[in-house]
Design a protein around this ligand. Sequence first.
Ligand SMILES: [Zn+2]
Length: 283
Amino acid sequence: MPIVTTKDMLLAAQANGYAVPAFNVENMEMVQAAMMAAAAQRSPLIIQTTPSTLKYASPTIFFKMAEIAALEFGVSAAIHLDHGDSFQLCSKAYRAGYSSIMIDGSQLPLEENILLTKKVIELTTPANIPVEAELGVLGGKEDSHVVADKDALYTDPAQAALFAEKTGVHSLALAVGTAHGHYKGTPVIDYERIAAVRKIVAIPLVLHGTSGVPEEAVRKAVECGISKVNYATELRDAYTNAVREILTDAKVYDPKAYGKLARQRVQEAIEHKMKLCGSNGKA
Ligand SMILES: [Zn+2]
């Protein structure tokens, strides 16, 4: 199937009380793993790449891999720019064919975040490409950007409503207690805050930093109104641990040997997340 946008996918999830998990991919094997998982689970699929991943390989390479793999595996997939950190990168991904764009202006003062988000929406509107924005500041490490836990700022529901109204953005990432990277302790999610935002904001809501969040907590966050759930760290772990395991055998020299196991482990992890978020059978 051709690449689709995240718009209808997330609206359907929102209307029916499940979430679409979004998976960060770093190479061809992870793209294939995600597509195979979506085909096996008959799940809608969002794959996404961060700015550092797009320095490793271009948006065009990732878009073309996604486009071909979606056709090969017969999957309804969107390819999304995760944490777009500049108008320029958003524009580059848009021109490469990305079907969903995040502009993360969460570090900026509110008014500047609104202006930047609007500018990106103006860019993508001619092709009907939806835009995700972020309000509030998550802790942890995303790419090279590190936020100390004490500097994390939870999303204010009234501000979220104002932001959604002023920008016309299509989905909104919230800061509600999750963080990027590996958790040191168990994260505590502010479910009431999610529910409060859900009550007054009509667009789909996004949870970032979900790797390492207990399954029960993810389920509850989805029940409270989250429609997109981002996973990056757990997939990087699954991939790298598989490679590490195989390379203890010094006789292995063929990249396909560890690529194959790593791909299989990532696929298993992804299928598990699809079932957890309830997107299985919804394609
Ligand atoms: Zn994130």
